[in-house]
Design a binder for this molecule. Structure first.
Ligand code: GLN
Length: 282
């Protein structure tokens, strides 16, 4: 006799299995995975607890749960992530947007002049660039990334939210010689190389290393971006950068060493971590 797998039974089994594999919040994640497979919202799950899954639903569920048990990030399985109240498509090969990064968007919006030209270096999923285009409605937003996969995803996210972000494939300022921006933002890779091995498996084994690895002390990209930025900034234009935990003092020093910025500042994220460092071109 074949066993009947009702929604409740699948949920309970998945919760315990994922917990055993080290997934925190395994109950909630089980619900999200099952919602995805069945095309239901959470209320839909709750009112159908006794409903059995079909063989094909069960197979789809097994496949997703297996991937999550191997610690593939939930967002890659569900294909989306909220950022700044907007729903972004995410896919393997591109960094998953983090709520920490909303601080960078907030600080940028606060300083964005009218009809600004904005550049996002390393657009990834496009979360920062698209959010800025959405919130600074009269701005022209440009983005650059070395990864074609990232650029394609960023374009889809711009389309999804009905904004224009002009995207270039390249490295840092390379496509923008001779252009000047009012605001330059970036969430560059900033994890020291040796720390990557100790990160949670979801990040270490699945998110793109190029989006994480900031070199031996994590600061390689700041040393490249900060001295090069003034030639692409208008006078009084802002350069705002997300930084990793504890990196703010060193990054401020890199700003100071150029002698080309004033009004240097750092801003905390909601977790009271210094998350954004910025300065204004003299
Ligand atoms: N700008 C993208 C983000 O903030 C990608 C950043 C990155 O890949 N380091 O999510």
């Amino acid at each position: 006799m074949t066993e009947t797998w009702t929604i409740l039974k699948v949920l309970t089994w998945t919760r315990d299995y994922l917990a055993e594999k080290g997934v925190e919040n395994s109950r909630l994640e089980s619900e999200w995975l099952l919602c995805e497979v069945l095309g239901l919202d959470r209320v839909g799950l709750y009112v159908n607890f006794d409903k059995p899954l079909t063989a094909s639903e069960l197979a789809a569920c097994r496949a997703l749960v297996g991937r999550r048990a191997r610690r593939e990030p939930l967002q890659y399985l569900l294909g989306s992530q909220d950022f700044c109240g907007l729903d972004f498509e995410v896919s393997p090969g591109v960094l998953i947007p983090r709520h920490d990064t909303e601080t960078l968007v907030q600080e940028a919006v606060n300083r964005c002049p009218a009809r600004a030209a904005i550049l996002d270096i390393g657009v990834g999923s496009g979360c920062i660039a698209v959010a800025l285009a959405k919130f600074c409605t009269d701005a022209q937003v440009y983005g650059v990334d070395p990864s074609l996969k990232a650029l394609e995803l960023a374009q889809r996210n711009a389309d999804r939210h009905g904004v224009t972000v002009t995207l270039f494939q390249g490295s840092l300022f390379e496509p923008f010689k001779g252009l000047k921006f009012d605001l330059i933002v970036s969430n560059p890779p900033y994890i020291p190389t040796a720390e990557i091995a100790g990160l949670q498996p979801e990040v270490r084994d699945y998110e793109p290393r190029e989006a994480l690895d900031g070199g031996p002390d994590g600061l390689d990209f700041y040393r490249s971006i900060i001295p090069a930025a003034p030639s692409c900034l208008e006078k009084d234009g802002w350069l705002l950068l997300e930084v990793g935990i504890g990196e703010s003092p060193e990054v401020l020093k890199i700003f100071e060493a150029t002698g080309l910025f004033h009004e240097l500042f750092s801003a905390n994220d909601p977790g009271a971590i210094e998350r954004v460092v910025g300065g204004r071109k003299k």
